[in-house]
Design a protein around this ligand. Structure first.
Ligand SMILES: C[S@@+](CC[C@H](N)C(=O)[O-])C[C@H]1O[C@@H](n2cnc3c(N)ncnc32)[C@H](O)[C@@H]1O
Length: 228
């Protein structure tokens, strides 16, 4: 855990100040949440999306591998006088699943948090997200998409492809699953009420997977499902 955790600490420490804000994806999802939800933000990073959800009346459980990010999220909540509405938890999703009881949250949210695992582990995480949702609860999970050709071709050229669309670049696994692959995972798990659709974030500057401010368009595939 230490290596991944420390690597992510360093990435988070170097985030450009103009990216210190909630994401467009979070803004698009939040109106679909039930009011006053318990939201679990998986690999939620520095906590800007979590703060946005709290400011819209929700309580948030934020899980991440980075101590720095978790501390930052708490500080942000504290500065905004909402610290009692944020729970943070250090978790390595590469080593285990979601440490929550069955049927305990209304919403699962994750923005580019599930892109670091091979096919089977990713599918198991999706199954676990389903497990922890309450009946009628919904998941909104955004993955980086192979439709970003610049990014995809970079990985094809510079990283080793371990499985179809799963690369290892240095020590970091990066997946770029197609819509079809994500649908296949959901079918394998037995989730029937789902959608997988392309989603584009377009802004002057964006938080991309590498936490750089240079991106103007972020190509995502959104997996959304409901607990029956
Ligand atoms: C691209 S960032 C996205 C952060 C946030 N969701 C956002 O949209 O800005 C990926 C996040 O995944 C976390 N992460 C990476 N590997 C992880 C792992 N194995 N377990 C838990 N979190 C992990 C990182 O610390 C980072 O916060």
């Amino acid at each position: 855990m230490t290596t991944d955790s420390v690597r992510w600490d360093e990435i988070h420490k170097n985030i450009p100040p103009d990216l210190a804000r909630h994401s467009q994806y979070a803004e698009g999802c939040e109106p679909k949440f039930p009011r006053s939800s318990t939201v679990c933000d998986l690999a939620g990073g520095l906590g800007y999306d979590a703060l946005y959800f709290i400011n819209n009346g929700h309580n948030v459980i934020l899980m991440d591998i980075s101590d720095y990010a978790l501390k930052h999220a708490k500080k942000l909540a504290s500065e905004n006088n909402v610290v009692s509405r944020l729970v943070t938890k250090k978790v390595d999703f590469g080593e285990g699943l979601i440490p929550l009881r069955d049927g305990s949250v209304d919403v699962i949210f994750s923005r580019i948090g599930f892109n670091y695992f091979p096919y089977e582990e990713t599918r198991n995480l999706l199954a676990d997200a389903y497990r922890v949702l309450k009946t009628d609860g919904k998941a909104y999970i955004a993955f980086k998409s192979p439709e970003d050709l610049e990014d995809y071709n970079f990985l094809r050229k510079n990283a080793v492809e371990l499985q179809e669309n799963v690369f290892i670049e240095g020590e970091q696994i990066r997946s770029r699953f197609t819509k079809r692959q994500l649908e296949q995972m959901l079918e394998e798990i037995g989730i029937s009420d789902y959608s997988v659709s392309a989603y584009k974030e377009e802004r002057e500057t964006l938080r991309d997977e590498f936490m750089k401010a240079s991106k103007k368009v972020l190509y995502l595939n959104e997996v959304s499902f409901k607990k029956i």
